[in-house]
Design a protein around this ligand. Structure first.
Ligand code: DAH
Length: 343
């Protein structure tokens, strides 16, 4: 028979273990108690070690008692562990609960590059009054880029344009004016065309990019005068920048026009008062223009006695810079979304 006091000792220990397990608030805490009571150095193992000091007759019954209590306690431990794990999982699920009714983060969609927006705008404006789009190659024959535009070899105008040469007879087109020649060669007057596109010059700084864009316009008919040109440009500028914007011509020189004029518009940013964009002058330059030089008409086989024409070529980047007050032309090519998303 196991003495009463030993039985009580075992039962007291089992009770203590049970209440400790049930009081544990987390799996970690429970595990600490498991080590304390059921571990190798734990209380139950201690009881078994004490068996050595007991009488031989008592030992088997005592051992049985301890083992029985221990396995009861182990069950309690397992139940408690699984309860705590379930509770922890439930807490986590509550904490991570998704609200399916919340609006999603939204898809970031791209939009047209500001230069293409400007290009589309100017095409729209001129298409409304009967001009249609023509294109030409970026690698252009010397003939179209220069000769037929009355810019012979050794003409100083070639230096003005910092040409990229491909070989002796081909260049990266330095302007969109060659499309004038290509169109006049292929179509009969009246001609009303615009040619937007990429052009190239060996030049790079805050206001020059080796690759930029121009918009060319050509009108050929039997009677065309500077008044038509001025009317066209002032319509175009008012449509693009706003109705209060004025235009002015400054006498200039281009080999393919006679007379030639540079075109300024009153600064759309400061409305002509003077600001950083117009360098305090109230006016900004947007391109060149003029009446088609009769020599150019002759080059393409049109009779200068019968036909006249006017033309202009504007810088697309310049128009965007002026309209939006941008201070560095290189921003257009950097692909920085903080810049691009502003348009
Ligand atoms: N092609 C000229 C340039 O890039 C600009 C130009 C001037 C175009 C006068 C024209 C024009 O059509 O008439 O510098």
């Amino acid at each position: 028979m196991v003495p009463n006091e030993l039985i009580q000792k075992v039962e007291a220990l089992a009770k203590e273990a049970q209440s400790s397990f049930l009081a544990a608030g987390s799996v970690d805490e429970l595990y600490q108690f498991k080590v304390k009571f059921l571990g190798k150095q734990g209380s139950f193992s201690g009881l078994m070690r004490e068996m050595g000091k007991m009488d031989k007759e008592v030992r088997p019954a005592f051992g049985q008692l301890v083992n029985q209590k221990k396995s009861e306690i182990e069950k309690i431990y397992e139940n408690q562990e699984s309860d705590l794990k379930k509770a922890a999982m439930a807490d986590r699920i509550m904490a991570e609960k998704m609200d399916l009714t919340l609006p999603g983060p939204g898809l970031a969609t791209g939009h047209k590059h500001p230069l293409h927006q400007v290009m589309d705008d100017v095409i729209d404006i001129l298409a409304r009054i009967g001009f249609s789009v023509r294109t030409g190659p970026l690698i252009e024959k010397d003939w179209y880029n220069f000769e037929a535009l009355n810019i012979p070899e050794d003409h100083p105008a070639r230096d003005m344009q910092d040409t990229f040469y491909i070989d002796d007879t081909h260049v990266l087109r330095t302007h969109t004016s060659p499309v004038q020649i290509r169109t006049m060669e292929n179509e009969k007057p009246p001609i009303r065309i615009i040619a937007p596109g990429s052009v190239f010059r060996s030049d790079s700084d805050i206001s020059h990019s080796p690759n930029f864009h121009q918009l060319e316009l050509l009108l050929i008919d039997e009677v065309v005068s500077m008044a038509d040109l001025k009317g066209l440009i002032s319509y175009f500028v008012k449509q693009f920048f706003g109705p209060q914007i004025k235009t002015r011509f400054r006498p200039s020189f281009f080999p393919f026009t006679e007379p030639s004029a540079e075109v300024d518009c009153s600064c759309p940013i400061c409305k002509g008062k003077g600001c950083r964009v117009c360098k305090q002058t109230g006016w900004v330059e947007i391109g060149g223009s003029g009446l088609v030089n009769p020599k150019v008409l002759q080059f393409v086989g049109l009779d200068p006695k019968k036909y006249q024409g006017c033309a202009f070529g504007f810088g697309i980047e310049r128009m965007a810079i002026i309209k939006y007050g941008i201070n560095d032309i290189r921003l257009f090519n950097e692909n920085n979304s903080r810049f691009l998303t502003q348009f």
